[in-house]
Design a protein around this ligand. Structure first.
Ligand code: SLL
Length: 162
């Protein structure tokens, strides 16, 4: 196949974690969750404003801490849905997020690293507040741009049609 010379395509996306402490009123602990678990949390990769990204991203592997049962999770893309894993736990750790692109791209998988945040951090209360959503959720989100450099022609069509 031929590449489209001199062309770079940028596709924005967001990845990160959202965590919430268990609380009888606002986030009750579901039955079966171990006593020492303090938070529910989600790690995700998705489009900005939930726009679909499965036309370029095929699947995502999340490698969680080894203390978590089944700690390597492969999530297949479903049109319009985020790639995400929901879990509960007590500790923070680094998550390896491996992106697998659609085969037409001929791109090798790429790994991102993200720290699961359960507790807000910062030098001041105001800094910590910036990590808290109104519902008491602790967010740690990163905005990224995927660059496709001189994509193959059929993939270029997929990126730019629609
Ligand atoms: C720490 N280095 O010591 C980190 C490790 C591990 C967190 C944190 C267990 C969840 C489960 C869990 O939350 N592990 O048992 O399913 O803080």
């Amino acid at each position: 196949g031929k590449r489209v010379k001199g062309v770079q395509i940028f596709r924005p996306f967001v990845y990160g974690t959202t965590a919430k402490p268990f609380d009888e009123k606002t986030n009750p602990k579901p039955p079966g969750v171990p006593d020492d678990h303090t938070h529910s949390w989600t790690v995700f990769v998705k489009g900005i404003d939930d726009v679909d990204i499965t036309y370029w991203l095929r699947r995502v592997q999340f490698k969680l801490h080894e203390s978590i049962p089944n700690h390597v999770r492969m999530i297949e893309g479903e049109k319009g849905k985020p790639f995400e894993v929901h879990e509960t736990g007590w500790g923070e750790f680094e998550i390896a997020i491996k992106l697998y692109y659609v085969p037409e791209s001929a791109e090798k998988p790429q790994t991102l690293y993200h720290h699961l945040r359960l507790h807000p951090y910062g030098r001041t209360e105001a800094e910590k507040e910036t990590m808290r959503l109104a519902g008491g959720e602790i967010i740690s989100w990163a905005y990224e741009e995927q660059i496709f450099n001189e994509p193959y022609e059929p993939f270029y069509e997929m990126l730019t049609s629609g």
